[in-house]
Ligand binder design. Structure first.
Ligand code: MLT
Length: 249
């Protein structure tokens, strides 16, 4: 019996960690989408870092790695790359290790890593694959699933909530999970909201606060890209502090 929980804010990744759940971190705009794109384009692995300082220290230990991330949507000076998934093209990332620190996404990953049975990365881009992988892992590990809608700076974010809903809708046997009362109310809310948003997803995402900020900042191509559904099969999983590609058996 797999139960499905949805946490509506990044810091509650610690609740999923306490439960020992298979945990899916959803930061659709943009860190989850960036990580998925990087691995899909052949990056060797991504080391998430909580702070700028930690990222810089990690880069001293891994001088071959690309140092990447953002604060307030902007690439920190001296970093090689920002947090736009469009920067993570195959010719840039193939075979490379990337150290990534972002305002909210990588913090939630680090929180989940303190106890979660597995930490996966999900977004619209890989909704079907991450749904299947999380369900398979939960069955195998006899664990529950938690989705974390990361949000922005401690606040709820529409696109992460809907991203979680898209993943929940793609879980195998999802109707059975609902009928057997195995989904919490937040997960059910996202499930039904995603059904409504599916008809005009881009327009709905564009109305969200963070999408508006990114677009006003000139990053409208990022928002458009991150709103695509199921364009990648790649499922990033945290293994020994590095995000690598999970191979679906
Ligand atoms: C984050 O992790 O807070 C985000 O990915 C912010 C951003 O859009 O760069």
């Amino acid at each position: 019996m797999v139960r499905v929980h949805l946490e509506l804010i990044g810091r509650d990744a610690s609740r999923a960690a306490k439960r020992g759940d298979v945990t899916v971190i959803v930061d659709a705009l943009r860190s989850s989408s960036t990580i998925i794109t990087a691995l899909s384009n052949g990056a060797r692995g991504i080391i998430p870092a909580r702070t700028l300082k930690e990222a810089i220290q990690l880069s001293e230990r891994h001088p071959e790695a690309l140092l990447a991330g953002e604060r307030n949507m902007v690439k920190p000076p001296t970093f090689h790359m920002g947090n736009s998934p469009l920067e993570y093209a195959r010719n840039v990332v193939l075979g490379r290790t990337i150290i990534l620190t972002t305002t909210d996404g990588t913090k939630a990953i680090k929180l989940a890593s303190k106890g979660a049975r597995a930490v996966l990365i999900g977004a619209f881009l890989n909704a079907s694959s991450v749904a299947r992988a999380s369900y398979d892992l939960a069955l195998k590990m006899k664990a529950d699933i938690s989705l974390i809608a990361v949000g922005k700076k401690g606040n709820f974010a529409l696109e992460d909530f809907l991203g979680a809903g898209f993943i929940i809708r793609r879980l195998p046997n999802v109707q059975k999970l609902i009928d057997s009362a195995l989904m919490d109310d937040s997960a059910l809310w996202a499930y039904y909201s995603a059904e409504i948003a599916e008809k005009n997803l881009k327009e709905v995402i564009y109305q969200g606060e963070h999408a508006k900020k990114l677009r006003a900042f000139g990053l409208y191509k990022d928002v458009e890209f991150c709103s695509r559904v199921d364009i990648f099969n790649s499922v990033p999983i945290l293994e020994k502090s590095i995000l690598v590609e999970y191979r679906i058996p």
